[in-house]
Design a protein around this ligand. Structure first.
Ligand SMILES: *Cc1c(COP(=O)(O)O)cnc(C)c1O
Length: 369
């Protein structure tokens, strides 16, 4: 992690405390009030719980510090992605998105946005940076892509997309702002599922939208108020707590992922291993240029679907579950969701376990397949 990220990590742990008055709680309070005392409405920070809530704002302040941008929080990653797309698109507008990215974004575009007159173009992540953006109004990118871990050059894509007048929205879920800052590379909007590493304990759904374009953020914020897609205070509190250890967790997770990726690649049961941190990986050169860590996700193929399911069921230190970024290592055969990957493809999300026992468990399970 670079020096600027380390400085932000240090500041994050003090940002709220520095603003407290004597006698106020050091730990963040959970405020869950549908309505606020409002004899008149002028100049009040809070009036009604759909418009703003102190506990969401604590998370938004943390995210703003890391993104270097205004942030608005949402009850899930998909709610954040929906808000960004609704703020940028309308009838007869054109959206380009990855054909190999998070599948729910594709379903949202194809089933919901298309019904409102948005035209949807799907392009593979590896072809997006140099795609023809003529007539495109918004581009949704995901890099590294989930689950394939292909990486695209964000700055190059933004140059080409902006030249054609398109807005660039980057889904930064797989990286978090500690490992990649798309706004610094030219993206207009960042969206993320904080359900993953930021919350980090598989106990809350959450998301955020970040942008340095004040007019855009005003539309996103107003969209949240009008649609009513607001987070719960308890979930916000959990994510606020998770954020305090995000940098610590990520450094362990990324370090262990690098160790496991090298060892997995050598194992005879493993094929086509993908990890952007390995110099031989097709993603490595661009990843090294635009990311400040290589992440905690590893992709690889086992022989077939049955072998992959057996590995996941039998490895004692791999939770057989969807999602990623939690304290525990988890893994999933992504073809079961219809992702365009081999039937035996596993997405492994490396957790916070010490590396050696984790590797011993994985190796013993692979050896016994
Ligand atoms: C999980 C995920 C989402 C959706 O987040 P939810 O909180 O489940 O709605 C969006 N994009 C990516 C890349 C994801 O991995």
């Amino acid at each position: 992690m670079d020096k600027a990220s380390q400085d932000r990590a240090a500041a994050l742990l003090h940002h709220r405390i520095k603003g407290l008055r004597p006698g106020e709680p050091i730990a963040a309070p959970i405020v869950s009030s549908a309505t606020f005392l409002a004899p008149d409405m002028d100049g009040l920070s809070h009036v009604y719980g759909r418009s703003g809530m102190p506990t969401w704002e604590l998370v938004e302040a943390q995210m703003a510090l890391l993104e270097g941008a205004e942030c608005v929080s949402f009850p899930s990653g998909m709610a954040a992605i929906s808000a960004a797309l609704f703020a940028t698109l309308g009838a007869s507008k054109v959206l380009m998105l990855p054909s190999d990215g998070y599948y729910v974004s594709r379903l949202l575009a194809g089933q919901v946005l298309a019904a409102y007159g948005v035209k949807v173009l799907e392009v593979p992540t590896l072809q997006m940076a140099e795609a023809d953006f003529t007539g495109v109004d918004a581009v949704l990118i995901e890099t590294p892509s989930n689950p394939g871990l292909d990486v695209l050059d964000i700055a190059a894509l933004c140059g080409n997309a902006h030249a054609a007048g398109a807005v660039v929205i980057c889904d930064n879920t797989t990286m978090t702002p500690y490992l990649q800052r798309p706004l610094d590379l030219g993206a207009d909007i960042v969206v993320a599922a904080d359900t993953k590493a930021p919350g980090g304990h598989s106990d809350a759904l959450f998301g955020h939208v970040a942008s340095r374009d004040a007019a855009m953020m005003a539309r996103v914020r107003e969209g949240r108020r009008l649609s009513g897609a607001v987070p719960g205070s308890f979930e916000a509190w959990l994510v606020h707590r998770g954020m305090e250890t995000l940098e610590l967790r990520l450094s362990r997770m990324c370090e262990t992922a690098a160790v496991l990726a090298d060892r997995l690649a050598e194992h005879t049961a493993v094929r086509n291993l993908r990890y952007p941190g390995r110099p031989s990986d097709p993603s490595h050169a661009i990843a090294a240029k635009q990311m400040s860590g290589f992440g905690f996700l590893i992709g690889f193929d086992l022989a077939d679907a049955a072998t992959a399911e057996r590995f996941l069921a039998e490895c004692p230190l791999v939770a057989q579950s969807t999602s990623f970024g939690s304290t525990h290592t988890s893994g999933e055969r992504r073809a079961r969701w219809g992702d365009k990957v081999a039937p035996g493809f596993i997405r492994l999300s490396v957790g916070c376990e010490p590396a050696e026992p984790l590797w011993q468990a994985i190796r013993a399970t692979l050896d016994a397949l």
